[in-house]
Design a protein around this ligand. Structure first.
Ligand code: ADP
Length: 426
């Protein structure tokens, strides 16, 4: 008997067994029967012509016909179905043909099946890659939309909160003004109201800053800055908090510490203040906060180091995300300087945004989180040393103040600086 005849004898039983077995697992589908009949018909053609490519159209159709839900549910793939067909065809050949005929048919089918498996495997992985790429794109779009609405929400909420806050502040100030000085108790109660208003305002300002950074609308106002002066002011600002927490803030001079550079004085101050404020918050009473740094070619590295509770390495990136606050939110004492008095988790996101807007970078080093051993955290700011502002019009404006021929001593405290602030010349 010829191979074609042998195949004709097993074709019907093969079709029946495959349908019975596979239709169950793939959910009986109308076109499965037809597709299988076509497959067997083309298999017969491939067998007579000796060209396995006859099967290609049906294999392609089969592979691309996999539905979305097949892929989502991880339904058995076409390769697995093909394996099943191969197993059944060998089984049925053994049952319906004598040994020699079965062997001859199997040997003729083998190269065709091998070609089919190769083709289907390639198609299958191609389809999977396309499917997962599409899914990933959809998730990314959804995430971007979510991030945008979060950012819009922050911006709207902050602006909405600002108006009533200003009203409360104004009325509280009017009450304080109208009260005679003898109403000491009420004055001290009002002081509590003002403290609350100030804290709330800081949060609202942080929300506005974060949404500005998110939307890329925060502009840096470059002016001459001396780090030594800025750090001196920071120390003065933190003095009472430091003595309350029995902490020490050491500022260690380093090369380039008194060098003039162009940066946004207010924003840079805000960024460094956030780091010091965190160092105070996450270091127990009696701790030491050290600020030092070094000069690198084209950059100044400013280092804010504490001997506090530290940060686990897996959170070294998370803390720079907005709302990237660690630990149990309900335990936050909401104090700005109290030990572990966590805030809304915007400070580091803003700090990083400000430093990056200057063309610099910010990162943290810490061995880990341990409230007993207190490994501490070290924040590094890498700031480009700009000897003139990026905007040429501003550069012209500052030229007289920054040229060595003016003989101006950057350490000298000029009255003009006093009117603005004593570490920026703007
Ligand atoms: P928060 O308002 O919570 O202080 P931040 O963005 O300033 O928000 O900081 C994010 C988180 O990073 C904090 O909740 C804290 O867990 C961690 N963190 C920041 N600075 C330090 C530090 N110096 N030591 C230990 N943990 C810190």
């Amino acid at each position: 008997m010829s191979v074609q005849d042998s195949f004709s004898r097993i074709r019907q039983p093969l079709q029946k067994r495959v349908v019975n077995s596979l239709a169950r697992s793939i959910g009986v589908r109308e076109n499965f029967h037809n597709l299988l009949a076509r497959f067997l018909e083309l298999l017969e053609q491939a067998l007579s012509s000796g060209d396995p490519a006859w099967l290609d159209p049906v294999l392609e159709e089969w592979s691309t016909a996999r539905t979305q839900s097949d892929l989502e549910e991880g339904e058995r793939n076409v390769t697995a179905m093909l394996h099943q067909i191969i197993t059944y065809s060998f089984e049925i050949a053994r049952e319906n043909l004598n040994e020699a005929e079965a062997l001859e048919l199997v040997s003729a089918l083998m190269p065709i099946y091998l070609h089919a498996i190769e083709r289907v495997t390639a198609l299958d992985s191609q389809i999977r890659v396309t499917y997962f790429t599409n899914e990933l794109e959809k998730v990314q779009t959804r995430l971007a939309r979510l991030d945008r609405s979060k950012s819009n929400f922050i911006s709207i909420a902050a602006h909405e909160l600002k108006t009533p806050l200003t009203l409360i502040e104004g009325y509280a100030a009017m009450i304080a003004d109208l009260l005679p000085g003898s109403f000491e108790q009420i004055h001290s109660l009002l002081q509590g109201v003002f403290n609350g208003i100030r804290r709330l305002r800081e949060i609202v300002e942080d929300m506005i800053d974060v949404s500005q950074l998110d939307n890329g609308v925060m502009r840096m106002n470059y002016q001459p800055v001396w780090l030594n002066r800025m750090l001196g002011l920071q120390k003065a600002e933190f003095q009472s908090i430091l003595s309350e927490r029995k902490q020490t803030l050491e500022i260690i001079p380093f090369e380039g510490y008194d060098q003039l550079l162009f940066a946004d004085p207010a924003r840079l101050y805000q960024a460094v203040r956030n780091l010091i404020s965190n160092a105070v918050k996450y270091t127990p009473d009696g701790g030491i906060i050290r600020i030092h740094g070094r000069s690198l070619p084209g950059f100044i590295e400013l280092i804010v180091q504490d001997n506090g509770i530290g940060i686990a390495p897996e959170n070294h990136e998370l803390i720079f995300e907005k709302f990237g606050t660690l630990g149990d939110i309900s335990l936050h004492s909401s104090g700005k300087t109290k030990f572990k008095g966590g805030g809304p988790g915007l400070g580091l996101a803003i700090t990083k945004g400000i430093i990056e807007a200057h063309g610099g970078s910010l990162w943290v080093e810490s061995e880990g989180y341990d409230e007993v051993k207190r490994p501490g955290s070290t924040f590094h700011i890498l700031l480009p040393v700009r000897t003139q502002p990026p905007d040429p019009r501003l550069a012209r404006l500052f030229v007289a103040q920054t040229e060595p021929s003016t003989n101006q001593d950057p350490h000298q405290h000029s009255p003009a600086q006093d009117t603005h602030n004593s570490w920026s010349n703007g």
